[in-house]
Write a protein that binds this ligand. Structure first.
Ligand SMILES: C[C@@]1(CC(=O)O)C2=NC(=C\c3[nH]c(c(CCC(=O)O)c3CC(=O)O)Cc3[nH]c(c(CC(=O)O)c3CCC(=O)O)/C=C3\N/C(=C\2)[C@@H](CCC(=O)O)[C@]3(C)CC(=O)O)/[C@H]1CCC(=O)O
Ligand SMILES: NC(=O)c1ccc[n+]([C@@H]2O[C@H](COP(=O)([O-])OP(=O)(O)OC[C@H]3O[C@@H](n4cnc5c(N)ncnc54)[C@H](O)[C@@H]3O)[C@@H](O)[C@H]2O)c1
Length: 152
């Protein structure tokens, strides 16, 4: 069945969000989440210095499904097909929203390209089909809104 993603805006203030993985993919998701207020935790076998120095709470250990308890949503950035599939299955069983980095077929939610300025957020997604188009459109919207704000 073709996937069909509903765009929504979700209140994550005070919510626990888990990123599994501790390298560049995880860092990208972490930077996005740090623009919002949430209790983000990183869990990975090995975690890069930039993540360690970012101030986020982290655990350096392998993934196990018991680690999922209490999270609203999970991002998997382990860059490993087997673990990605395991995390996707475990989260669905536990009723936790799951994103698998760069693998829309395994995602329950995908990450849109975001423009954000104060209370205005614009999220662009392509139903997981063409992320570069999403980024291009987000950048156009960003240029348009920045120009408009300068004129006002
Ligand atoms: C918007 C953004 C948000 C975020 O990452 O949170 C995001 N990807 C971003 C960047 C980015 N992604 C990739 C590169 C190339 C460089 C690199 O390889 O690193 C760059 C550029 C970069 O990193 O600068 C590679 C890539 N990504 C996916 C695939 C697989 C495929 O397309 O099949 C491939 C391999 C494609 C290929 O090589 O052909 C898949 C997904 N990427 C998505 C979101 C979801 C779909 C959203 C939608 O519906 O449009 C989805 C389905 C799943 C997901 O949620 O991850 C973020 C922009 C951050 C920003 O600018 O704000
Ligand atoms: N994915 C990206 O967005 C991106 C961006 C720039 C560069 N790169 C490069 O592409 C490559 C891939 O980067 P990446 O971050 O996607 O993947 P990676 O393979 O570099 O990192 C995977 C992370 O997952 C962890 N991990 C793996 N198995 C695990 C398990 N069972 N339990 C817990 N943690 C586990 C590892 O310890 C590591 O921290 C790297 O060379 C990176 O420098 C990627």
């Amino acid at each position: 069945m073709k996937q069909n993603f509903l765009p929504i805006a979700i209140d994550i203030s005070g919510e626990k969000i888990l990123i599994v993985g501790g390298d560049q993919g995880a860092l990208k998701k972490l930077k996005i989440l740090q623009r919002f207020e949430a209790e983000v935790v990183v869990l990975a076998k090995s975690i890069c210095q930039e993540i360690k120095r970012s101030g986020v709470k982290y655990f350096e250990k392998p993934y196990h499904k018991k680690e999922l308890q209490g999270y609203l949503m999970v991002y998997s950035c382990v860059n490993n097909e087997e673990i990605d599939r395991q995390i996707a299955t475990d989260c669905r069983e536990a009723g936790i929203l799951v994103n698998i980095h760069d693998k829309s077929a395994l995602c329950q939610f995908i990450s849109p390209a975001i423009y954000r300025s104060q209370n205005i957020s614009v999220a662009v997604s392509s139903n997981g089909e063409d992320v570069f188009e999403s980024i291009r459109i987000r950048n156009k919207i960003s240029e348009f809104l920045t120009e408009k704000n300068h004129k006002n």
